[in-house]
Design a protein around this ligand. Structure first.
Ligand SMILES: Nc1ncnc2c1ncn2[C@@H]1O[C@H](COP(=O)(O)OP(=O)(O)OP(=O)(O)O)[C@@H](O)[C@H]1O
Ligand SMILES: O=P(O)(O)OC[C@H]1O[C@H](OP(=O)(O)OP(=O)(O)O)[C@H](O)[C@@H]1O
Ligand SMILES: [Mg+2]
Length: 286
């Protein structure tokens, strides 16, 4: 049975369970449940703190898990990213009181507060910057005002928390993060006999990603324009072209990136396409 770690709380939790449900796996109904078996798929889910997930997977106690890329790197364990999952996007950045800092080189000898000390120490060491790292559990933005640090390194999503604390970002982003599926890299990788099940899980999650990122586009076009239209809607393999009763026209069906839907519809219309219809994809295997 495949053993999968899923975030039980915080920013990753709901979206991770929603994605697994969409991929056809049973998920817990009560947020206090810690373990759940999905007998139909022969899979066991363990609901754990996102920060601990890399530790369990790195030790081989659990086969795969969902966590943040930043949390994976911070844990410094023998686990690797298998698939980015497209949610919980954030950036890990330096910030300080407005006007105080303009670059990482100014951090020499300063006190830096963070919840991601593993990640931060590696970054500073790589750049030869010697600073004192102060490890805090959360609300890191308050640490400067309260006098325990000169600057911080923290997760930034909208930037609203920083702004409210009178701080601004400086330097290049340390890391761009999102939720990721992870697996052990150490000796033997994931537990024996789970390779096939992991492959199925990955394919299902990829199916969810594609269903979220693409739409199906149908339209009618004059036969002599179909080649030009196909360059606008190349699809993944090749668009489906079907005959219509009027033999001068054909019907075309193709997958199109969701965020480009309206631009492509406008261009198809200008080319002469009509009856352009867009529908969402419920599920898929690519
Ligand atoms: N606005 C955000 N705040 C915190 N983490 C975020 C945010 N957006 C995305 N994330 C990602 O979520 C993961 C952190 O989740 P985690 O559950 O540990 O912290 P949290 O959401 O801050 O929860 P809590 O602080 O209540 O324990 C990281 O991978 C982080 O990059
Ligand atoms: O850029 P923003 O959209 O403002 O989001 C980023 C903030 O959200 C998180 O804090 P959280 O609410 O999880 O509290 P915590 O610091 O106690 O973890 C994170 O640590 C930042 O403080
Ligand atoms: Mg937090």
């Amino acid at each position: 049975m495949l053993r999968v770690a899923v975030p039980n709380k915080g920013s990753l939790s709901e979206a991770a369970s929603a994605m697994l449900s969409e991929a056809g796996y049973r998920q817990r109904r009560d947020t206090r449940e810690l373990v759940m078996i999905d007998p139909d798929n022969d899979i066991e889910f363990f609901f754990l703190r996102p920060r601990d997930i890399a530790v369990y997977v790195g030790q081989g106690t659990l086969d795969v898990g969902i966590t943040g890329r930043d949390l994976l790197l911070d844990a410094q364990v023998e686990a690797e990213e298998l698939l980015p999952l497209g949610f919980a996007a954030s950036t890990f950045r330096f910030a300080g009181p407005v006007g105080d800092f303009s670059g990482v080189d100014q951090l020499e000898g300063k006190r830096l507060a963070t919840s991601y000390d593993g990640l931060l120490r590696v970054y500073l060491a790589e750049r030869g910057v010697k600073a004192k790292v102060v490890r805090l559990d959360g609300a890191v933005e308050s640490s400067v005002r309260l006098g325990v640090a000169d600057a911080i390194a923290d997760v930034v999503e909208t930037g609203n928390t920083l702004k409210a604390a009178g701080m601004e970002i400086f330097g290049e982003p340390i890391l761009k993060s999102e939720a990721v599926l992870i697996r052990r890299t150490g000796e033997g990788g994931a537990a024996n006999g789970t390779a096939k099940e992991i492959e199925v899980l990955i394919r299902r999650l990829q199916g969810v990603l594609v269903a979220r990122q693409y739409v199906l586009m149908d339209y009618d076009i004059r036969k002599d324009l179909v080649e030009e239209a196909a360059t606008l809607t190349p699809g993944l393999e090749s668009p489906t072209v079907s005959p219509l009763r009027d033999s001068d026209w054909v019907a075309v069906r193709s997958m199109v990136p969701k965020r480009e839907t309206n631009r492509i519809m406008d261009e198809l219309y200008d080319l002469g396409a009509r009856a352009i219809l867009v529908s969402s994809i419920h599920a898929c295997r690519i």
